[in-house]
Design a protein around this ligand. Structure first.
Ligand code: UD1
Ligand code: MG
Length: 509
């Protein structure tokens, strides 16, 4: 005989969840970073059970596959036909003959349940040596739930399902949360005596309580401090309600640790994400998966971060990132898209309408506008001009581009990989670079410019352009560019830097 198990957890997850109207089994629906089942298993984890059994049925293959991922130690047990919660626990215990001591049973659809509450239920149960203890809650609307029926002295008499209840019992607002602790031996015994004499013709786990009471066994009721924890999920409206409640719980917890959340109603932080002190999360922001936001970072508004690490004091504005790393003090957005393995070093910048994938942007390097950076290594302090495209894909294979330290890439450049631009090199705006540029050299592939005098007057006569040209020529304006009136900036010039004589305008900053 193997060692007896002193604690066994049984999670009931075989039901279909008809009202979800979904191809996905109910317990696999996601809720801020975990599935409903994942939340329940997390709440049970600190019990350190010798064995955790998950009863599967509807969508068994999907649920098993999910368990392999999130709880490989759990034992799935198949309940081929859903003949009731009592039947489910009976089948679960048949698979664990070693179960002695305490058996904790949890409905798989109670995702807001806290570990502390389960632990308190088990402590009360074990402390009193009860045969069975149910977690109860006083709720504003008990519709559809089993009611806790007490005698005149306040002792549990039975748990009755709503559809089997008398009008007086229906009026009770103390409900069965679907979470229990049992003494294994007495549970097995009572499960063998369950009838199906009820409205649904099922074996009700809840009937175990009435049977134990009749046999004079001590049973207990542990009332949850916060009824919200006991809310179940039966349809998508309830799921959305639970998501809001969990969102508020998570946001409050982070705010109490010193995180500023400017608009908690539009900030959705997965339970698996981490936010450090003095970070500021602005509105419409989602932090998903294993995302970490560092101290004093500013994230949002309008940001989604999935499995992304944001360093201390970095800023991310109106952007979407998946599997990326944003270094300390770096700046992202507005409107950037960081894809897997985008690694932005300290104080680097990825600006507006820039997409970065599988690339390193070195310390202090800048990619400020309208660029695609794929499969690249960009050195420290390099400046990548607007509309630079890292041409990484030849239709079959991906190739890498290396841009050296403090290199300067002019606007509207294609860097055709595999290619390397050396440290301190310049690339002239409008170039298509397919050969390496040595350190300190200027790479340029531009065709020389021609200006064909009088072309507009000849080919576009009668247009506003022709009229403007005629006036300008009459006033003898130079062709050297726009003339600023007093107190007026010339568009573009304020931002344009680096006009090496051979290269023309090469980059913006
Ligand atoms: C159950 C309780 C009810 C309680 C409510 C709390 C019973 C008879 N009633 O009702 O008193 O107030 O939970 O939410 O237990 N399941 C199986 N196999 C089955 C049947 C159900 O694994 O044969 C699983 C379901 O997947 C679900 C859980 O057990 O996770 C509860 O089943 P459900 O049908 O939702 O029970 P309720 O009617 O909500
Ligand atoms: Mg239910």
């Amino acid at each position: 005989m193997p060692q007896p198990h002193l604690r066994t957890v049984v999670v009931l997850a075989a039901g279909e969840g008809k009202r979800m109207k979904s191809a996905l089994p109910k317990v696999l629906h996601p809720l801020l970073g975990r599935t409903l089942l994942g939340h329940v298993l997390t709440a049970a984890a600190p019990l350190a059970a010798d064995r955790t059994v998950v009863v599967v049925g509807h969508g068994a293959e999907q649920v098993r596959a999910h368990l392999t991922e999130i709880a490989p130690d759990a034992t799935p047990v198949l309940q081929a036909q859903q003949l009731g919660t009592g039947h489910a626990v009976r089948i679960a215990l048949e698979a664990v003959p070693e179960a002695a001591g305490t058996v904790v049973v949890i409905n798989g659809d109670v995702p807001l349940l806290r570990a502390e509450t389960v632990a308190a239920l088990v402590a009360a149960h074990e402390g009193e040596g009860a045969a069975a203890t149910v977690l109860a809650a006083e709720v504003p609307d008990p519709t559809g739930l089993g009611r806790i029926v007490r005698d005149a002295a306040g002792r549990l008499e039975q748990i009755v399902e709503e559809r089997d209840a008398t009008p007086a019992q229906r009026a009770l607002r103390e409900i069965n949360a679907g979470i229990y602790a049992f003494d294994a031996v007495r549970l097995r015994d009572a499960l063998g005596k369950l009838s199906t004499d009820n409205d649904q013709g099922e074996e009700y786990l809840t009937d175990v309580f009435g049977l134990l009471v009749s046999a004079g066994e001590p049973v207990g009721v542990h009332v949850a401090a916060d009824h919200v924890e006991t809310l179940g999920c039966n349809d998508r409206v309830e799921l959305a309600g639970l998501r809001r409640l969990l969102r508020d719980r998570v946001n409050e917890a982070w705010m109490r640790t010193g995180v500023s959340i400017l608009d908690p109603a539009t900030t959705w932080i997965d339970v698996t994400a981490t936010v450090e002190r003095d970070a500021v999360i602005d509105q419409n922001t989602q932090l998903r998966g294993t995302t970490v936001v560092g101290a004093q970072a500013v994230v949002g508004p309008d940001v989604t971060l999935i499995d992304t690490v944001v360093g201390a004091a970095a800023t991310v504005l109106r952007s979407h990132a998946v599997g990326a790393e944003v270094g300390p003090g770096a700046s992202v957005g507005p409107y950037a898209y960081l894809r897997p393995a985008a690694r932005l070093a300290e104080k680097s910048k990825v600006g507006t309408f820039v997409e970065v994938k599988n690339s390193e942007v070195g310390p202090g390097a800048k990619v400020p506008h309208l660029s695609y950076v794929g499969d690249a290594t960009i050195g420290a302090k390099a400046n990548i001009g607007a509309a630079t495209i890292f041409v990484n894909y030849d239709g079959v294979n991906k190739h890498r581009t290396v841009v050296g330290e403090a290199a300067f890439i002019g606007c509207d450049t294609s860097l055709i990989a595999p290619v390397e631009v050396g440290a301190g090199a310049y690339v002239a705006a409008g170039s298509a670079i397919s050969q390496d540029v040595p350190p300190g050299a200027l790479g340029v592939t531009r065709a020389p410019q021609r200006s064909i005098e009088g072309w507009v007057a000849r080919k576009r006569a009668g247009t506003v352009s022709a009229a403007a040209a005629e006036r300008a020529l009459a006033e003898g304006a130079s062709a050297g560019g726009p003339v600023a009136r007093e107190g007026e900036a010339i568009h573009g010039d304020a931002e344009t830097v680096g006009r090496p004589s051979a290269a023309g305008d090469t980059a913006t900053e």
